[in-house]
Design a protein around this ligand. Structure first.
Ligand code: SF4
Length: 432
């Protein structure tokens, strides 16, 4: 009998995309990946619970997908990821799916799909890191890849559902990380991003995140190294020193602030104050003067006063973030905020505050990009620009998108580009 056909659709963060590649590897002996959902015998939807509208999107999509069962009786549809973990067997009532598998149970998928065991497995693990599984890269640009170095989170920020859907924090063995990167390098990848919910708390035997980065940077000296995501309370000077020492470690740090108000940060259980955050920013600027700093910000968390909201705006100006992911607060069931606080900021105020935060960040991003006009910089070519086939797009060390005319270079090349103009989102340049 030939192999079955598997279609995977992924929502949410980079961890989910990395997990979908693990799932593809686990199922590769029995299934070929297809890129048209209509060809599939099995459809797996890897889901995100971070905000209510992320879940609603998945429910809408499941309605469309489950209609395909009318034409194909043997079609199996499964829900993976955070919604599987959060909603568990409620999902059987809410949608016409066949299996529900949480983030730590993907090894069971072959047996579940053969109906040899229960169609639901949402058991979380203290130890699972899928360490020896080499993810199957079925999509992506073939140039840059994610490598998961840890799973779960122990921080319990009061707004966040992740510790409940992804379980306790655990770090992956260093040799298995190096082995995966070696595979990627052998396959021609030029950039890897080490991934975890809080990479700065990586620890395995005597290694911490700084020593892991040093080992990776030395062993793969022609590969660009990035990481995400950092927690401000754990970002060490030791790491910044390692970043300064190695040219192949990209000069870009994503450091989620969430708010600029110490009182608000306390309610969010972030475990740092505004001053602590600014102290980390000062240390980044001291060790890495050319480092881009990006962040996450939430508008309208429980009890947010006008003064607290203004503190977020003033923090943004003080740091001068190069980029930000900005959201309005959405209460998630089961979190500390859901149990002990009230989602009491009116929707129109949340929207107004978010719009103002976005507008300010647009200005800050534009200011940051204007400073690059006239500079020459190394860019890793990722592929053709979406808007113009005669142009390439790539990223510089600071993770900014750079667009330029193709010339003689190819996808995967490191090239020098002189920046001639910019928008708030993009640098435009000429190949040197
Ligand atoms: S650090 Fe906080 S926001 Fe990030 S995943 Fe953990 S609990 Fe969620």
């Amino acid at each position: 009998m030939g192999k079955g056909k598997l279609y995977i659709e992924t929502y949410g963060c980079q961890m989910n995309f990395a997990d979908s590649e693990v799932v593809a590897a686990i199922l590769s002996p029995e299934y070929d990946i297809v890129d048209n959902v209509k060809d599939a015998d099995v459809i797996l939807v890897n889901t995100c619970s971070i905000r209510d509208n992320a879940e609603q999107r998945v429910f809408n999509r499941l309605n469309e997908l489950t209609n395909l069962k009318n034409k194909k009786k043997h079609l199996q549809i499964g829900i993976l990821g955070c919604m599987a973990e959060r909603l568990k067997d409620d999902l059987f009532q809410k949608s016409n799916v066949d299996l529900i598998v949480g983030p730590d149970a993907y090894r069971m998928l072959p047996e579940i799909l053969k109906s040899e065991i229960s169609p639901i497995d949402v058991q979380l693990s203290q130890t699972e890191t899928y360490k020896e599984i080499i993810p199957f890269k079925y999509e992506g640009n073939g140039v840059s890849a994610f490598v998961s170095i840890m799973r779960g989170c122990n921080n319990f920020c009061s707004y966040c559902v992740v510790p409940y859907t992804r379980g306790r924090e655990r770090s992956r063995e260093i040799d298995s990380i190096l082995n995966e990167i070696q595979h990627l390098v052998n396959d021609g990848y030029k950039e890897v991003t080490l991934l975890g919910q809080n990479v700065n708390s990586y620890h395995f035997e005597d290694y911490n995140f700084a020593t892991l980065m040093q080992i990776v940077a030395e062993k793969f000296s022609t590969t660009r190294i990035r990481f995400a995501t950092s927690h401000p309370k754990d970002l060490s000077d030791e790491l910044l020193e390692v970043m300064a020492k190695y040219n192949n470690i990209c000069k870009s740090i994503h450091l989620p602030a969430q708010s600029g108000s110490t009182a608000m940060l306390k309610r969010m259980n972030r475990k740092y104050s505004r001053e602590d955050y600014l102290n980390r920013i000062a240390s980044i600027k001291k060790h890495l003067p050319d480092c881009a700093i990006s962040t996450d910000l939430i508008a309208g968390f429980c009890d947010e006063t006008e003064e607290e909201y203004q503190a977020t705006l003033s923090l943004m100006k003080e740091v001068g973030f190069d980029f930000a992911y900005m959201f309005k607060y959405s209460m998630r069931e089961g979190t500390a905020a859901h149990k002990h606080m009230q989602d009491n900021i009116p929707e129109e105020i949340k929207i107004k505050r978010l719009e103002e935060i976005i507008a300010l960040q647009q200005e800050l991003s534009h200011i940051s990009n204007k400073k690059d006009v006239g500079k020459s910089m190394e860019v890793l070519v990722e592929g053709p620009s979406k808007r113009n086939k005669n142009q390439y797009f790539g990223r510089n060390s600071q993770n900014k998108v750079v667009i330029f005319d193709k010339g003689n270079c190819q996808k995967g090349d490191f090239v020098m580009v002189k920046i001639t103009a910019c928008t708030a989102a993009t640098l435009l340049g000429e190949l040197l």
